[in-house]
Every structure is written in structure tokens, then in C-alpha cells.
Design a protein around this ligand. Structure first.
Ligand code: AP5
Ligand code: MG
Length: 190
């Protein structure tokens, strides 16, 4: 089963993707986690992307597309979180999945207002100290979401693939809505 999870920063993509992955024994492919791991390792990739992550800007499409192609080539099933974030990334994802005969089964969208998202990220800043959770960087990330990632959401909506879910409930409530949405499209339950 191949599930894509979309939503603004702080909507709970990582939180819910981890749950779906655990319940269904799927790998959680999270580009942000991969990039932060590369920064922590001090690899060449990490050194290249560190300033981009700290500003809350987007890593160039060609680099992200190469990274995700390498990863998805190796996986038959996955929960994908953090990619695609731009239309060129979405076009590349659809093309590469068609090429390897592994189309997406479901595209979830976690709907959360900016104020709720900002509140959650500010709380996370206090707990986890992610370097991109400062108020200025959060504002930049959300601005880029509206500008560059919302067209990706609209692309999947136009294809009839989008499953919007209210992301503002508790973590358990959101998880339950996701389970119902997936069942409604015939994606087998837990
Ligand atoms: P990435 O790591 O993907 O970060 P993000 O998109 O900014 O999203 P977050 O991880 O902040 O939010 P989330 O939706 O996962 O929410 P979470 O579950 O953590 O990307 C980081 C950076 O990497 C980007 O800025 C970019 O530079 C680069 N990058 C990554 N992919 C890229 C790509 N494809 N192209 C270019 N650049 C790329 O939840 C947030 C908080 O809220 C947590 O503390 C959580 O505990 C809490 N929470 C979750 N759900 C609930 C709930 N229901 N109620 C209350 N609190 C909740
Ligand atoms: Mg995340």
C-alpha cells in the first residue's frame, strides 16, 4: 500500500504517518527526517542542505527528486511524508511511480489553520528545539507551503485522489478520521 500524506507544517504529517506506518507495517519515508539526519551526520548532503533547512527554504527540486527516486525504487509500499512540495516534484513523483508500476493508493490532506499550526510548532520548539521552529522561520515555511505546495494539493484534488481530513482534533481523533477515510476508498484497515 502506498500512501501520501500532505498538509502544512505542524498539521501532524509526521505524527500520523508514524502511526499509519506502525499499524500497517509500512516504511515511513520522511524527507525532512532524512535531511535532518544528513545534517546530523555531517555528510556532504547535510552540509549542503543545512543552511536551507535553517532558513526554512526548500531544497532544490532536482536534489529532492534524485533522493526520493533512490528511496522509492527500493520500496514496494510506503507512507510518504514531506514530498512532493512543489509541482515539479509532484510531476516527477507521478512519472517515477508510473514508470515502476507503483501508483499511489491514497493521498491524505491534513487540514489545519495557520494559527493552529503555528501554535503546535511553537510548542514543539520548546520541547524539541528544532532549529527551524523559530517564529520567523515558521512564517517562511508556511508562506512557501501556501505558495508552492497548495498547487500540489490542488493537483491531487483535480485527479480525484485527495482525501481531506480535519487535522485540528486530538491526535487520536485525527488518526480515527484517517482510518475512516482510508476504509472509504477501500484501503484495507489496520
Ligand atoms: P519537514 O521535516 O517535512 O517539516 P515540515 O513540512 O515543516 O513539517 P513539520 O515536520 O514541521 O510538521 P508535521 O506536519 O510533520 O507535523 P508534526 O507531526 O511534526 O521539512 C523540514 C525542511 O526540510 C523543510 O523546511 C525543507 O527545508 C526541507 N524539505 C523537506 N522535504 C522537502 C522537499 N520535498 N522539498 C524541498 N525541501 C524539503 O506535528 C507538529 C507538532 O504538533 C508536534 O510537536 C506534534 O507532537 C504536535 N501535534 C501533532 N498532531 C497534533 C494534534 N492532533 N494535536 C495537538 N498537537 C499535535
Ligand atoms: Mg514532519
Amino acid at each position: 500500500m502506498r500512501i501520501l500524506i500532505l498538509g502544512p507544517q505542524g498539521s501532524g504529517k509526521g505524527t500520523q504517518a508514524k502511526r499509519i506506518a506502525a499499524q500497517r507495517s509500512l516504511p515511513h519515508v520522511a524527507t525532512g527526517d532524512n535531511l535532518r539526519a544528513a545534517v546530523a551526520d555531517g555528510s556532504e548532503l547535510g552540509r549542503r542542505v543545512q543552511p536551507i533547512l535553517e532558513r526554512g527554504d526548500l531544497v532544490p527540486d532536482d536534489l529532492m527528486i534524485d533522493l526520493i527516486r533512490d528511496r522509492l525504487d527500493r520500496e514496494d509500499a510506503f507512507v510518504l511524508d514531506g514530498f512532493p512540495r512543489t509541482l515539479p516534484q509532484a510531476e516527477a513523483l507521478d512519472a517515477m511511480l508510473a514508470e515502476i508500476g507503483k501508483p499511489l493508493d491514497a493521498v491524505l490532506l491534513l487540514e489545519v489553520d495557520d494559527e493552529v499550526a503555528v501554535g503546535r510548532l511553537e510548542a514543539r520548539a520548546a520541547e524539541e528545539g528544532r532549529t527551524d521552529d523559530s517564529p520567523e522561520v515558521i512564517a517562511n515555511r508556511l508562506r512557501l507551503y501556501h505558495q508552492l505546495t497548495e498547487p500540489v494539493v490542488e493537483r491531487y484534488r483535480a485527479k480525484g485522489m485527495l482525501l481531506p481530513v480535519d487535522g485540528e482534533g486530538t491526535m487520536d481523533e485525527v488518526a480515527e478520521e484517517i482510518a475512516v477515510a482510508l476504509e472509504n476508498v477501500g484501503v484495507a484497515s489496520r
